[in-house]
Design a protein around this ligand. Structure first.
Ligand code: SF4
Length: 316
């Protein structure tokens, strides 16, 4: 029988053991899982290097919520720790917000079994939020603010040098579109930045990792997932809509997510309209041809990244 914590293909591997071709199938699953693990490690390692996320002697606080993303982050960082060219410590931290039904034994048992140093901070923010926010209104903004304050304090107490959060590539893109559609800003979610209180460095080691890979990894590793709906708050509808939009785009135009993610790392301020980022007032001719200069007419057609058949207009 398949468990919801076990990927169907992994669970099916045993069941299929006596079926014709079972060995070949099991081998294929093993290879796919190995490729997934390599990809996760490569992407996390690359992001750590590109953005200078972890340095010699760092004490990294790995924020673990009980969701697939943070379990995946801890798992991959533990692998990185074995092979990294620098020495650093990992301290898993969970905030028990006293949400009704939160299974507070799950994370300590899991972390103990992993052998990773950890700290569980218990603070009843749930009651505070319930008291302050009227019934039916979304509680997330106050809840996140309280959680942030507590995590910063815990980071100080544990002498933490980096706070690692489990946001992934799809979160980064969703945030980018949320800011553009509803905030009038070209602004994403940074892979590394100083915290809003100015006192901590926040890093996102999963910045380049696709959510679907984390889902597969969580199933393969059978993480003891704690549901994230215990607070009873409404999901952020706007974020959900953006997530659906991105998934639909990717289905229709495979490769679009990858292209958008690459674009976040290739910003050309002279081709945007922010006078704070580019000095339009003092533009002068140089007489020197510049491939980044204005092409005067319509942009040439661009190839859709992985679309078969070569050149075609990138459609919206
Ligand atoms: S979903 Fe619940 S726990 Fe998460 S931020 Fe919102 S109120 Fe807090």
């Amino acid at each position: 029988m398949n468990s919801p914590w076990i990927a169907p293909e992994i669970a099916d591997a045993d069941a299929a053991a006596s079926a014709p071709g079972a060995a070949a199938r099991a081998l294929k699953i093993e290879r796919e899982t190995h490729k997934l693990e390599k990809r996760l490690c490569r992407q996390v390692g690359q992001a750590i290097m590109d953005f200078g996320m972890i340095e010699e002697g760092d004490r990294v606080m790995v924020c673990v919520s009980g969701g697939k993303d943070s379990y995946g982050m801890l798992d991959i960082l533990l692998k990185m720790q074995q092979r990294a060219p620098v020495n650093f410590e990992l301290i898993a931290v969970n905030l028990d917000q006293k949400q009704p039904g939160f299974p507070d034994h799950v994370l300590p048992a899991y972390l103990k079994q992993l052998g990773v140093p950890f700290h569980i901070e218990t603070q009843d923010t749930y009651s505070i939020v319930k008291k302050v926010i009227p019934e039916g209104k979304t509680m997330c903004s106050l809840c996140s603010r309280l959680r942030r304050g507590i995590l910063y304090r815990v980071a100080d107490e544990l002498k933490i040098t980096k706070i690692a959060l489990g946001h992934h590539r799809d979160d980064m893109l969703q945030t980018f579109f949320l800011n553009m559609f509803f905030g009038g800003k070209l602004k994403g979610m940074p892979p590394k930045l100083v915290s809003d209180d100015g006192g901590h460095i926040v890093i996102r080691p999963l910045a380049s990792v696709a959510e679907k890979d984390l889902t597969r990894w969580a199933a393969h590793r059978a993480f003891p997932i704690i549901p994230c709906t215990l607070c009873g708050s409404q999901e952020n509808l706007q974020r959900k809509q953006i997530g659906n939009m991105l998934r639909d785009w990717e289905k229709q135009y495979p490769g679009r997510i990858e292209s958008m993610f690459t674009a976040l790392q290739n910003v050309v301020p002279s081709h945007l309209m922010d006078t704070k980022r580019h000095d339009f007032q003092n533009i002068r001719t140089t007489g020197v041809p510049d491939p980044e200069g204005d092409t005067a007419f319509d942009a040439p057609e661009l190839p859709a990244p992985s679309a078969p058949g070569g050149m075609q207009l990138v459609q919206l």
